[in-house]
Design a binder for this molecule. Structure first.
Ligand SMILES: NC(=O)c1ccc[n+]([C@@H]2O[C@H](COP(=O)([O-])OP(=O)(O)OC[C@H]3O[C@@H](n4cnc5c(N)ncnc54)[C@H](O)[C@@H]3O)[C@@H](O)[C@H]2O)c1
Length: 380
């Protein structure tokens, strides 16, 4: 039976707790930690975690408990510090997105994973949703051919008060704005499907949150080998939150939410329907195996399997790192006004959190700082 702890018992923590509880024959939650221990106690009571001991210090918890798995659900600026400490203390680590706020921190986490022989997983739970999972299977099958262009709409809406929470909206704590903290999901999926681009250009703005230092809108264009392109819009100003991933292949375009279009060319180059290919792709999609679990629960199932079998989980540190590299490149391009060439090197100013802080512009000054919201229900 694996012993599990949750560090950080705020908004996202119930998703982790529910996930582990789903697999109660494999693991049990034996510790909960939050700098506000009453928040850990609240989760303990809400989920009837009678075996769980409450701590206010993660170091004390890791010194006293034998923990096989630790979920890190704290703000981004301390993901790396806690992950490194936990792996050195002998725990496998499942860290919330974003993996960290900079590539230097990601590399420290990856080095610790190798040195300690522990397993590091990074949350990107939206890969485990039917539309995204299935899209990847269709692309992998080769039926749409080479991808020519991807259009990624990571469109969210957050009210002004969202950035009043003490750690949000600050470069030194949240590590960035909607590109790092919201589009991280879509950028993970883009990286999963298309890998690392050669070059990134971007523009950034803050249009509706004058209590945040960080951007609330960014538009980036990525260039890949053989000229393929991707456009990524990251936003927290979009009413309706209509998110989409659209891929134009050589033979067809497909999207999540699921959609498919194909044409064949007439003699003069104008399009006409290619219903045979469209039907073939639709049939292939309908025949795909269903996911047993979705979201956090699915990723936790995969992580528990990896720990039990001493294998790598589907979403590893290197995947979290690629996402941070793409986000860092968007910041570099957005703030310098020049294209960022990838890979970003260790001597690049945007490789470290301090380097990023020295090279960005604060859009606004954060005035108000709320310690804890009374009602902290979140939507994913
Ligand atoms: N996967 C998703 O869809 C998703 C959604 C929301 C948030 N998140 C991520 O989860 C993380 C937490 O976000 P949240 O919305 O739950 O924030 P939150 O502020 O609601 O919760 C974070 C908790 O961590 C605690 N904390 C802070 N520093 C700590 C420390 N040193 N030791 C122990 N506890 C500490 C805080 O007191 C708070 O209770 C962030 O990285 C965020 O990006 C992921």
């Amino acid at each position: 039976m694996l012993c599990v702890a949750i560090i950080g018992c705020g908004g996202i923590s119930p998703q982790h707790i529910k996930g582990y509880l789903e697999f109660s024959s494999q693991c049990r939650i034996t510790a909960l930690c939050d700098i506000y221990p009453e928040k850990a106690q609240k989760q303990k009571n809400a989920f009837l975690l009678n075996d769980a001991k409450v701590y206010s210090s993660y170091k004390e918890m890791l010194q006293h408990e034998k923990l096989d798995v630790v979920s890190i659900c704290v703000p981004p600026y301390i993901h790396a510090e806690i992950a490194v400490y936990a792996m050195e203390a002998g725990s496998n680590v499942l860290v919330e997105k974003p993996m960290a706020a900079s590539l230097e921190e990601c590399d420290r986490m990856l080095e610790t994973e190798i040195r300690t022989g522990k397993i590091l997983g990074v949350i990107a739970q939206n890969r485990f949703t039917a539309p995204v999972w299935n899209l990847k299977q269709i692309i992998n099958s080769g039926v749409i051919g080479r991808i020519l262009f991807a259009q990624i709409d990571s469109l969210w809406w957050r009210g002004h008060a969202y950035y009043d929470l003490w750690w949000r909206g600050c470069w030194d704590k949240e590590g960035g704005g909607c590109t790092l903290n919201h589009a991280v999901h879509h950028i993970d999926m883009l990286g999963w499907i298309m890998g690392r681009p050669k070059k990134v250009t971007a523009i950034l703005a803050n249009l509706a949150h004058d209590n945040a230092e960080v951007e609330d809108l960014s538009i980036a264009v990525m260039e890949y080998e053989k000229g393929a392109m991707a456009q990524v819009t990251s936003s927290v100003i979009h009413y309706g939150e209509k998110q989409a991933l659209k891929f134009q292949g050589e033979y067809a375009s497909i999207s999540a939410p699921w959609d498919v279009h194909t044409f064949r060319s007439q003699e003069n180059g104008f399009p006409e329907d290619n219903s045979e290919l469209e039907e073939k792709i639709k049939k292939q999609y309908a025949g795909l195996k269903k996911l047993e679990y979705e979201g956090h629960t699915a990723e936790i199932a995969d992580f528990l399997w990896a720990v039990k079998e001493n294998k790598r989980p589907l979403i590893q540190g290197k995947d979290g790192r690629l996402t941070i590299e793409l986000v860092s490149a968007i910041y570099k391009a957005g703030f310098t006004g020049a294209a960022a060439e990838l890979p970003l090197k260790e001597n690049d100013p945007f490789y470290t959190a301090a380097g990023i802080r020295n090279n960005i512009r604060k859009f606004n000054r954060k005035g108000k700082s709320v310690e804890n919201f009374t009602d902290n229900k979140i939507s994913l």
